[in-house]
Design a protein around this ligand. Structure first.
Ligand code: BG6
Ligand code: GLC
Ligand code: GLC
Length: 924
């Protein structure tokens, strides 16, 4: 049989467009039509290949690889948050480009979760052709004029209204409210707009119009509107899929993966212009002769090959080309065509949708065909429907493969194989075609069976969706302002830190002189750091940090060897009767001795006791007060060594020789000093915080002797207990202090150390929740519980990858459900609190090293600070911030920070060793 093929669009036969020879038998016809339609079949393997190839192009585009140019464009939209469903208020939307040659203005009222849905009011204004082709200024003036007219008819007060601008032309968006037009399409061709920021042009026009105060908050592209416009009660949609005249999609991507943004915070909605996707290997086998014909006759041959198989603009045309071919081959309409059928664009999406509608019936199909000037027979109906179905089924399946590429992308970036996600669908193909969505779903299930995908039709993405985006942007701006206001008192400037340093130095001087001061400046009777000649086996106890440890420390010529056991001190014991606490300590020692085969040996013992003690000698320390959650009774005012000896006596079997009591700061300094003789400062930032340093003996009131040095335990945790720090203290700090077991005490420690930072964060989070900035304003029981937010969470959260997964895990572990905005805010709160802590700690260290430098009258001091404590060691930025602050505030001191490796227990043993060396014979 003679056939011109699909490209042969000649009007064959006689004037009627009918063939000269007869038509084939009906069963042959059916088979031949089937053979022709076979071309539109896309196998699962082909779909998978398309998905893989498209995913590759998407990832290439995300990474900003432009050589060769990726087959798809991935454009960040700057929308970083999906709606909560709580969005409320009145919003104006201006739509340009989505509705053809008109401007649509909408008034959208969002009522949050509580209210009833309020139908938007809208008005459409036809744009005169001369405006579409005239100067850009004229077009924007026209738009502003439409806004004014629309609002005049409404009872609008003088309040400032947020406006969302839906601008559906190819743009290069550079911010939420900045979008540069790349080129006009859809019949618009106004001068002086390409290359300009359309938001600015609109703002200028609004101003020229003297329109009521309208605040253009966001410029939104139609896919984003589709995604954001879906019903929030069903949960957030994180993918928007538009199949309108063309097709594109958007989804929430992690910002760190979007190279052009150069940011690594949270997520951002990325718009995928996948219509241009073209890959010879993946698409080649799928393209039919009809696709080639369609492409050739199009305005942009060779471009948008993927879209030309899916978009509503092309489906009708593809159907038309197939019908022409089949008619010309005598397989349809008795071999007749019609001028209408032969003219490009005569079959529209609506026709295809109508003919495929199962409820339409034969008569409707016949009517559609007759309108095309054809004389169909009843037997043509089923064949024509098959043609339509072949074309749309392929479109839906290809679209599903593309959607599966996004799913694959999210599975990969979120590391969630069984991804659960909602997809908002929008556009005329979804709205009008009866089975497109069903076919799409089926294929997605085939390609990504492990994902749970729900499809949610978007309700007027162009209007309501844009209003929702505007609301979200407005909400984010308000939240940001409230967050900033909350965190401002935590952001200390240089002047404030320098003032802390000065006050600290003054308090040090007073404390040393024995005058009233919040710094006790306690002499430790440690006069020298080890010189390396110490030898022997020593026992050490280490009480007051996260762990209670018993250690055997072997000091030999080859170095120091440590064996230790960790024991717990239950809270009941830390806060119960003192005798019980000391009995427990001795029990632990006995256990240790038994385990290590030390029973019967009376080794010299050094006791790291990390609480404020007034020492009367190396082995005598009167407990001044408890700190850090300890409150055992009958201990304050007692000699701690005596309490330990009494407990030893009560357990008659044990023999112990307590030689020294050492604060953990001192233990740390000694332990680091063993390796570095320049180590003359000890710093702890753990459960509590404190520092010690080598002071000139002549400056220390109450200790005999005028030459040499003595290590001073500053007990700086109490700095500010006289009210000095009042201005720095926020009401969150006051709440933490009020809820502690020692209100009004250890004020500096409560701003810095691990025992309190989590609590401060927790109070801020509660406050932000009350303001509605966090957790959608939902107060939770969980956060009210004291001690729930551990300081180690700060370290983990701030170490977190940009995906903020850890924040999610931690907060979900606490029973809180959060959005990615919440996660970002929680992280910012943690950062502000830990930053302030590190800076205050740095100001303290600066005071100490400056004091040493001034004592010695040096131009420049080189000194090492030995540091220990879980917060300092585990937090990702704490040490860096401390060091930076010290460099800034004490520029004449060259300070090296050395982390203690073996804890203060080793230092206590070394103090003991020094004492034993000096005393020659150990005391009993
Ligand atoms: C340890 C010391 O290394 O650091 C303890 O051995 C000290 O004595 C501790 O109290 C401080 O850190 P944290 O985080 O355990 O309180
Ligand atoms: C759909 C979408 C809308 C888009 C329009 C295009 O209605 O929801 O965002 O602009 O199709 O025709
Ligand atoms: C507390 C104690 C102090 C100790 C510090 C660090 O501030 O009072 O003695 O050094 O915590 O553990």
């Amino acid at each position: 049989m003679d056939s011109n093929g699909p490209a042969g669009l000649g009007h064959r036969g006689g004037a009627s467009g009918c063939p000269l020879e007869g038509s084939p038998q009906s069963s042959d016809r059916s088979n031949l039509v089937q053979t022709c339609l076979q071309q539109f079949t896309v196998t699962v393997a082909q779909l998978q290949q398309i998905r893989t190839s498209l995913l590759g192009s998407m990832e290439q585009a995300l990474m900003g690889q432009n050589d060769p140019a990726p087959a798809v464009r991935m454009l960040p939209t700057y929308v970083g948050s999906t709606p909560h469903g709580t969005e409320q208020g009145d919003f104006v939307v201006l739509e340009l480009g989505a509705t053809g040659a008109s401007v649509r203005v909408l008034w959208v009222t969002l009522t949050g979760t509580e209210g009833h849905r309020v139908e938007p009011r809208s008005q459409e204004f036809v744009i005169p052709p001369e405006v579409m082709l005239g100067p850009g200024k004229q077009l924007f003036d026209f738009a502003a004029c439409c806004l004014t007219k629309f609002l005049e008819a409404l009872p609008v007060s003088n309040q400032c209204l947020p406006l969302g601008f839906s601008f559906s032309f190819p743009c290069h968006q550079t911010g939420l409210d900045r979008s540069i037009l790349i080129s006009w399409t859809k019949g618009f061709r106004c001068s002086d707009v390409e290359g300009q920021d359309v938001v600015q042009l609109l703002r200028d026009a609004i101003e020229r119009q003297g329109a009521p105060s309208l605040n253009v908050v966001a410029v939104v592209n139609d896919t984003v509107g589709t995604m954001m416009g879906c019903d929030p009660e069903l949960g957030p949609c994180e993918i928007g899929l538009l199949v309108d005249l063309g097709t594109k999609a958007c989804y929430m991507e992690e910002t760190k993966h979007v190279a052009v943004l150069g940011e690594d915070l949270g997520s951002v909605c990325v718009s995928i212009e996948w219509g241009s996707f073209c890959d010879d290997e993946a698409l080649g086998p799928v393209l039919t002769s009809f696709d080639h014909a369609l492409d050739q006759e199009s305005l942009d041959p060779g471009a948008q090959r993927f879209e030309k198989m899916i978009g509503g603009l092309h489906l009708g045309e593809l159907v038309r080309l197939v019908l022409v071919d089949l008619a010309q081959r005598g397989l349809l309409f008795g071999g007749c065509t019609s001028p209408a059928l032969l003219s490009q664009g005569s079959v529209a999406l609506e026709h295809v949708a109508e003919m495929e509608d199962p409820s339409a019936g034969t008569a409707r199909v016949l009517a559609v065909l007759q309108n095309l000037g054809l004389s169909p027979e009843a037997s043509d109906v089923e064949l024509v429907q098959r043609v339509c179905a072949a074309v749309t089924t392929r479109a839906a399946r290809l679209c599903a493969a593309a959607l599966a590429a996004i799913l694959g992308r999210l599975q990969h970036s979120r590391e969630e194989h069984a991804l659960q996600i909602a997809v908002a669908t929008g556009g005329r193909v979804f709205e009008r075609h009866p089975s497109f969505l069903g076919l799409l779903k089926e294929t997605v299930m085939l390609l990504a069976p492990e994902c749970g995908v729900s499809f949610i039709p978007s309700v007027d993405g162009g209007g309501r969706g844009v209003a929702v985006v505007t609301a979200v942007v407005t909400r984010l701006a308000t939240n940001r302002r409230l967050l900033e206001e909350t965190l401002v008192p935590f952001r200390l400037d240089r002047e404030q830190l320098a003032a802390v340093q000065v006050q600290m130095q003054e308090a040090m001087a007073k404390g040393l002189r024995g005058e009233a001061s919040s710094l006790r400046m306690l002499p430790t009777y440690v006069r020298a750091v080890p010189d390396g000649s110490e030898r022997g086996d020593f026992l050490a106890l280490d009480l007051g940090g996260t762990n209670f440890r018993v250690l055997l420390v072997r000091v030999a010529a080859t170095g120091v060897q440590i064996t230790s056991e960790v024991y717990t001190i239950p809270e009941l014991m830390a806060q119960g009767p003192g005798q019980q606490l000391f009995d427990h300590i001795v029990d632990c020692i006995v256990d240790f001795q038994q385990k290590k085969g030390l029973v019967g040996q009376s080794l010299p013992l050094g006791f790291t006791f990390s609480f404020p003690c007034r020492q009367l000698g190396l082995d005598q320390g009167i407990l001044l007060n408890w700190t850090k959650g300890f409150s055992a009774s009958d201990c304050v005012g007692q000699d701690v060594v005596a309490l330990l000896r009494e407990a030893i006596r009560r357990r008659q079997a044990v023999e112990l020789n307590v030689v020294a009591i050492v604060n953990d700061t001192v233990g740390t300094m000694m332990s680091c000093g063993y390796k570095d003789p320049r180590c003359e400062v000890g710093l702890i930032v753990g459960t509590g915080t404190n520092a010690c340093y080598m002071e000139e003996l002549q400056n220390v009131a109450g200790v005999d002797g005028d030459s040499g040095h003595m290590c001073i335990n500053m007990e700086w945790g109490a700095f500010g207990d006289d009210g000095t720090l009042g201005v720095l203290s926020t009401h969150f700090d006051a709440s933490v202090d009020g809820a502690s077991i020692n209100p009004g005490r250890q004020r500096f420690e409560k701003l810095i150390s691990g025992m309190y930072l989590g609590e401060i964060v927790c109070h801020i989070l509660l406050h932000l929740t009350r303001l509605g900035v966090l957790f959608q304003g939902q107060q939770t029981q969980q956060l009210q519980a004291r001690g729930i937010f551990k300081t180690k969470f700060l370290s983990q959260i701030e170490s977190d990858s940009p995906a903020l997964r850890k924040v999610r895990d931690i907060l979900q572990g606490l029973g809180l459900s959060l959005t990615s905005d919440d996660a970002l805010i929680v992280r910012e709160v943690c950062q502000a609190v830990s930053r302030r802590a590190a800076q205050l700690c740095g100001a303290g260290v600066a005071a100490v090293v400056e004091k040493i430098r001034e004592n010695r009258g040096l131009e420049e001091l080189t000194v090492t600070v030995g540091v220990d404590g879980t917060l300092y060691k585990l937090h990702p930025h704490f040490s860096r911030l401390v060091e930076a602050t010290v460099r800034d505030l004490a520029p004449r001191c060259k300070v090296t920070f050395r982390q203690s490796e073996d804890g203060s227990g080793k230092g206590a043993a070394l103090v003991t060793a020094v004492a034993c060396r000096l005393a020659q014979t150990p005391r009993i």
